[in-house]
Design a protein around this ligand. Sequence first.
Ligand SMILES: [Fe+2]
Length: 278
Amino acid sequence: MWDGRLAEIPSIHHGDLTQENFSKNLFKYGVVVINGIESTAEATETLCKQLIPVHDTFFGQFWTFSNEANENEPVYEDTAYGNEEIGPHTDGTYFNQTPGIQVFHCLKPAKNGGETILVDSFHCASILKESDPESFEVLASTKIEHHYLEGTPSGSVLNTVSHEKPVIELDSYRNITQIRYNPYDRAPYRCLGKEEDAREAIRFYKAYEKFSRICHDPSNSVQISLQPGSVIFIDNFRVLHSRAEFQGHRQMCGCYLSRDNFYAKARPFLPEEIRRYV
Ligand SMILES: [Fe+2]
């Protein structure tokens, strides 16, 4: 696990890229950058598909998007399509099958701003466990709802929803296996009207706020300015991403990749004693 003292985000030049060094870096840090890629959507898609099969969603297999959409770029009612600041989060919390790996390639950087900020949420959860074990337990045991609402001329339509998923998912050995953290897509906490339920809701919100403060603490994050030619791969079960506000036209492309299929390819390169447990 890492915090803001991570000296630099691991990177590999395309000429040195192998399945082994890609797999080891993404497994160890939850993030890796591949440099020296032609700055086109086509070259990015080819690179991704060479490494890991795509995780398809209703957004499509591969996307090009910007804050000034044209006829080739579909527009969704999502914060990604604007230019305002987006705080740290994981993507796709509203899917029952959360996308495993997030890929971004900045084809056209903004005039100002737009930096990407990354946070190791496993580290943040371990800080919470140490400093406030009760809040950690609340987030590991409270199953909540996330949803994706798509705007239409007649109002919002519920597109995708996931139920009963905790913010901190643990395995039977109490290891953290996944963080689902996205305040933008979290559905209202369902309170059924009994006093006991209300107390539970308040307990959840207090724990969520404590975890949020740790995730937003600058000492836990690293910053990178994405540039044409550099493709970043982020473990969406572990590393939160956020974006600073920006000015000017900024164009991105990217996709989700399958985490199961990443591990299918990475497993031979991981230490034998842990292959069965990741
Ligand atoms: Fe995102």
